[in-house]
Design a protein. Sequence first.
Length: 397
Amino acid sequence: MEKKGILIIGAGGVSTVATTKCAMNIDTFEKITLASRTVSKCITMAKKIKESVGVDIDTASIDADNVPDLIELINTINPKVVLNVALPYQDLTIMDACSATNTHYIDTANYEHPDEAKFEYKEQWARNDDFEKENLTALLGSGFDPGVTGVFVKYIQENYLDSIEYIDIMDCNAGDHGYPFATNFNPEINLREVSSNGRYWEEGKWIETKPLEIRVDHDYPEIGIKPSYLLYHEELESLCKNIKGVKRIRFFMTFGDSYIQHMNCLENVGMLGIKPVMHKGVEITPIEFLATLLPDPASLGPRTHGKTNIGCICEGFKDGVRKKFYIYNICDHQECYKETGAQAVSYTTGVPAMIGTKLVYNGTWDLKGARNVEEFSSKPFMDELMSQGLPWKVIEL
Ligand code: NDP
């Protein structure tokens, strides 16, 4: 039987946007099924999308940690692609189920083991042959960062510079949700990322820093000057491999004083711990308990005001002359909320997740194996960004 339609796994903030946008592109996707651990969330989302976009979405329950269950679900639905917008912990199981069922795979974040705050592509890239031999694509990291940032760099390489020496990825969220402390996407994943050591790539090796040790004050177009801190981010690992000749790649993200004070305090008292502790005879993992207490990122939509600006500054040579270009997107939290019911951090991830899935689905991006976005031609993705709600701009610095 011909494979048809898309299966989306995960029903959180990013999924809200990705599923809505897939419904808005139903001409491409033909049929949509949404599955998650808590099926009631899928049913609620499907109902809202039916009301707002007028498209029917099937729902299912799945524990995506379980490969046999995933295989059974995929065989029942028989989709052409699976979009994984659950958590990074599920990347490998969903990849394995996809390669076993002859199904393309897309995700937005690289694999992380629940017991170790470390993320890397190694185990996903190791599955390259499983996909290649089945003539399948596994598109890794098709969110904003990673995702659009890799496509931006590729676009500059293809259109503005003959060689790129320096890349700085600048991620600013100037949104205000009114809470003293909340995270804009899954709290556990977010806090593990920010509280880890920083790292950047220079002259062929990794330089490690203490968490938030390096700060620059950067002027973000349409936002202004914001303190930005060097973090390790997963696209650095694929870009230093795929952008030949690059000498340095760094990633900076803005954080307000309140966020940093809360995070330091929570770390100092052990609330960011990922190892279980005993509490009154019950085993609890501090960071999981903290995630239960914090506002659900999906609930921030109505109360978040302000803008995001995420982009890349690329410096290199064009016709022998040194040049520097800044390519970025600006998103308004309230406009995202009006369109999809989610704030800009979910929006900037969910839209590119849909776009990457669309390009794989319709065969425009057809490289086989486990691939990162910058390995493909940038133009179709850049065109889709313009028409699907994430317009971008290039300026020369
Ligand atoms: P949420 O926590 O809001 O949603 C995660 C969803 O996954 C929930 O619906 C949850 O289950 C479901 N889920 C978790 N475990 C399982 C499981 N074992 N089986 C089935 N479903 C499961 O997360 P976000 O929407 O904020 O983030 C989604 C992904 O997007 C993450 O991987 C995150 O790292 C990534 N991301 C990427 C960004 C980028 O720019 N590249 C930026 C931001 C996020 P349940 O149904 O029980 O609620």
